[in-house]
Design a protein around this ligand. Structure first.
Ligand SMILES: *Cc1c(COP(=O)(O)O)cnc(C)c1O
Length: 375
């Protein structure tokens, strides 16, 4: 029985009626641009994230780009982030005209090291972008503390609904920093039926600015205070997402259950250091956007090929850290400069973790991994 990395059809089958009804409401109203559907989702996401504002936009990439524009970041500025993330985190820094400054990750969580970020700060640094990788929040409060006065943009594209205990209180992804950004790309934990994104903030002025920037920089139609973008969240996507959002907590719980099942099944292999199962820091509750193993001794690619042979889908997030991407050669980074990011790129392998996995499918993955190491 094949086990795909992600089975969106399985999820759709459980919510088809709700989602189709929500979409048809928009179709019948013929209000496709912003309107009630988008405003509703913005309210829901603000409530989930404990923020005063949530502003829909076209995708998670634009969410980061708009966040930087709202903070007046541009040419001559530096923005600090890690090279072990999806391309958009750094691509947007380049695209606003600023310079990406990479700092290495903490190897257990794959998230930013606050001390490394602080050490990279210069007079040109205008923001830091911690990424909540694989569904687990980065230490946003430690980053803020290590870099006083610096705006923090939390790239929470993979972590909507994740939370972290800070000073004894649960803080949601997107709640603490200056600006939080989400993606509704179909494979994210809350995925639309197409592209979508959202930006959260507690700051009224940043929220106003973001609302303007997403409609070509003019609060009033045809009058432009600044040059913005066409980056709205599509009303049809908002309707889909509003229908899906009430299920998110249960889906995340199911992902955690699946992760716990794997952790148990792989305990022996982990003990023998053949693999390392995902580490969730004790402050965090992860939503497991990915369940990512580390595979030792250069066996990662062989394990992936072996599982593929058995019909088990896996993926490598991410095979080449951003500081070594050809497009960033102009930044002058060299191999060996970000050892933990480079090692992670060689060792990680993400297994199927989606909530609709059956016990039989989980066992198929488990026996596949075990069979590889029993060879
Ligand atoms: C998916 C993702 C993005 C970009 O989101 P899109 O909606 O695909 O534009 C940005 N950062 C991270 C970490 C992501 O995983």
């Amino acid at each position: 029985m094949p086990v795909p990395l992600l089975d969106l059809k399985a999820q759709h089958a459980t919510i088809r009626d709700e989602v189709v009804a929500a979409m048809m409401k928009v179709v019948d109203a013929q209000t496709f641009i912003l309107g009630d559907a988008v405003a509703n989702l913005e309210r829901q996401v603000a409530e989930l994230s404990h923020t005063k504002h949530a502003i829909g936009c076209a995708n998670g990439t634009d969410a980061i780009l708009l966040a930087m524009r709202a903070l007046d970041i541009g040419r001559g500025d530096e923005v600090i982030t890690t090279p072990f993330t999806f391309f958009a985190t750094a691509g947007t820094i380049h695209n606003v005209g600023a310079t990406p400054v990479f700092v290495d990750i903490e190897p257990k969580t794959y998230n930013i090291r606050p001390d490394a970020a602080a050490a990279a700060r210069t007079s040109k640094t205008k923001a830091v972008i911690p990424v909540d990788l694989f569904g687990q929040m980065s230490p946003v409060e430690e980053v803020a503390l290590a870099m006083p006065g610096l705006p923090v943009i939390e790239d929470a594209a993979q972590s909507i609904g994740a939370r972290r205990s800070i000073d004894g209180e649960w803080r949601m992804a997107g709640e603490v920093p200056t600006i939080g950004t989400f993606s509704f790309f179909p494979s994210k934990n809350l995925g639309g039926y197409g592209d979508g994104g959202m930006i959260t903030t507690q700051d009224d002025r940043i929220a106003e600015r973001l609302k303007r920037l997403r409609v070509h920089g003019g609060a009033k139609m045809y009058f432009h205070d600044e040059v913005g973008y066409n980056s709205r969240l599509d009303a049809l996507q908002a309707a889909v997402l509003s229908a899906k959002l009430p299920h998110l907590a249960a889906w995340s719980a199911k992902r955690r259950e699946n992760a716990a099942y794997y952790n148990m099944a792989f305990a022996k292999l982990a003990e023998n250091d053949a693999i390392t199962t995902p580490f969730v820091s004790p402050e965090n509750e992860s939503i497991f956007n990915q369940y990512t193993l580390r595979v030792a001794d250069g066996k990662r690619d062989a394990l992936q090929a072996f599982l593929k042979e058995r019909g088990i889908g896996t993926s490598i997030y991410y095979p080449l850290p951003l500081h070594l991407q050809p497009c960033f050669a102009y930044l002058g980074y060299k191999q060996g400069q970000m050892p933990e990011s480079e090692r992670a790129a060689k060792e990680v392998l993400s297994l199927p973790i989606f909530p609709e996995l059956t016990r039989q499918q989980l066992d198929e993955v488990v026996s596949g991994v075990q069979a590889f190491f029993a060879k």
